[in-house]
Design a protein around this ligand. Structure first.
Ligand code: HAM
Length: 429
């Protein structure tokens, strides 16, 4: 196929055999969110570039290197959303959803776009399910968010496959003081830093902490740590979070080098990671962003949230073979009809059955065909029964009911009795 007619690199079609796993994950999570009182919000995939530049921060990889940005016909700079927090905060502010200290507990799902190097678990169009909470400053809600994700891992059977990394970034003043100390320490060792970290030393020094370079990591072993600079209030907040996680029995590892790649965070940050997916092991990440709403011009409004990578979670479920077997079940019945009069009657009969037995998975043969070919299609569909309606059945107002999965005899069933006779099918998954 010519290149222009192929999907863009790093942007995947989610094919019919994959979508049931996606739905399973989305439905499982949506169900949990409802139980915790979260409401769905949907925001556009396109926003003014400035929203992300200001929210996520100049100097971050996302803003500097990964955004899909273009001028529209009006000459305005727009960007395909690289994440969901900035747009959600904008919408909350624009519609006054958090005005007067109103608590909002929101969730969203959808595609995000980042110009990254595509590889397993890292794509240019990927999907997140995210949660954002406004106007709750305490560690209790941070703990609830983590408990919610923990419950999801349990529901999916992933509890043993993921682990929680936790850190506190402190107040912005504490971070600034720490940044200064870190830069001073690393400047003295500038020549030993990898090229990327040398560049980050001026643009975004905290990101050097999660450099993958071994020599840089070795240098960091003796560097000052963020925790030495944590302000009292942030320390108490962090202690409050840890106490709550301990109370619900959620294990975590404190990782003082966990800084996250987006600038809006302060205090709590966390990541759920797995070692089962190779390099792209973070399946869910988030933290607190108490300064973001005011940065966008609103009143100071605490915010906290997370987002999980749907592709990575589906990959993990597939890798560990944790997807339930019957995610896209076969039809219960496949209705075959021969000749136009029987086809018309079959259609009417099928619609009546759908009224009488909601939940019945009924496939009506389309495209006519001989007796043999229709029965072959019925069998291939995986249906439990083929219903057969020919001239003779039409005259007698019955259908032939042929079991396809066991040795039972074909029976004749009157149309009037069909719903009752098929009702037990509904007990099958
Ligand atoms: P993030 O860490 O940039 O945070 O992304 C969250 C998750 O999205 C990652 O942990 C990963 O699972 C998935 N993800 C990110 N980039 C890709 C990619 N290129 N391909 C596949 N999956 C990817 C955020 O986006 C924040 N908005 C999360 C948040 C919400 N913090 C507070 N509220």
């Amino acid at each position: 196929m010519s290149k222009s007619l192929q999907a863009i690199r790093g942007m995947n079609d989610i094919l019919p055999e994959q979508t049931p796993a996606w739905r399973y994950l989305e439905n499982t999570f949506a169900h949990l969110l409802k139980g915790y009182g979260y409401k769905e919000i949907r925001v556009p995939v396109l926003e003014f570039t400035e929203l992300f530049a200001r929210g996520i921060g100049e100097g971050t990889d996302v803003v500097d290197k990964e955004m899909y940005t273009f001028l529209d016909r009006n000459g305005e700079s727009l960007t395909l959303r690289p994440e969901g927090t900035a747009g959600t905060v904008r919408a909350v502010l624009e519609h006054g959803l958090a005005g007067g200290g109103q608590v909002q507990k929101l969730w969203y799902a959808g595609p995000m776009f980042r110009y990254e190097k595509p590889q397993k678990g890292r794509y240019r169009q990927f999907h997140q399910i995210g949660v954002e909470v406004f106007n709750l400053p305490g560690p209790d809600i941070d703990a609830e968010l983590i408990a919610l994700t923990w419950r999801l891992w349990q529901a999916l059977g992933l509890a043993d496959a993921v682990s929680l990394q936790l850190n506190s970034l402190g107040s912005s003043e504490a971070r600034a003081a720490y940044r200064e100390a870190l830069v001073a320490y690393l400047k003295e060792r500038y020549e030993l830093l990898d090229e990327d970290s040398q560049r980050r030393l001026t643009s975004n020094p905290l990101r050097i902490l999660d450099s993958k370079n071994a020599q840089t990591q070795a240098l960091l072993a003796d560097a000052p740590t963020l925790h030495d600079y944590l302000d009292e209030e942030s320390r108490a907040h962090f202690d409050g979070l840890k106490a709550r996680l301990d109370a619900v029995g959620i294990r975590y590892e404190i990782n003082p080098r966990l800084v996250r790649g987006l600038d809006y965070y302060g205090r709590t940050v966390f990541e759920w990671v797995t070692d089962k997916l190779g390099a792209q092991g973070t399946v869910c990440a988030g933290g607190r962003y108490d300064g973001l709403v005011s940065q966008f011009g609103g009143k100071p409004t605490p915010g906290v949230g997370f987002a999980m990578g749907v592709e990575r979670l589906v990959l993990l479920l597939e890798t560990l073979q944790l997807l339930p077997a019957e995610l896209s079940p076969a039809p219960h019945v496949y209705l075959c009809a021969f000749g136009e009069p029987a086809e018309l009657a079959a259609l009417a009969l099928a619609e009546r059955l759908r009224d009488q037995l909601p939940g019945l998975r009924l496939q009506v043969n389309a495209g006519a065909g001989s007796f043999k070919s229709q029965l072959k299609k019925a069998d291939k569909s995986g249906a439990l029964y083929a219903l057969v309606l020919g001239e003779d059945e039409l005259a007698r107002q019955v259908v032939g009911c042929k079991p396809l999965r066991d040795q039972g005899e074909q029976q004749s069933i009157a149309w009037a009795d069909l719903a009752e006779r098929l009702a037990p099918c509904l007990e099958q998954a």
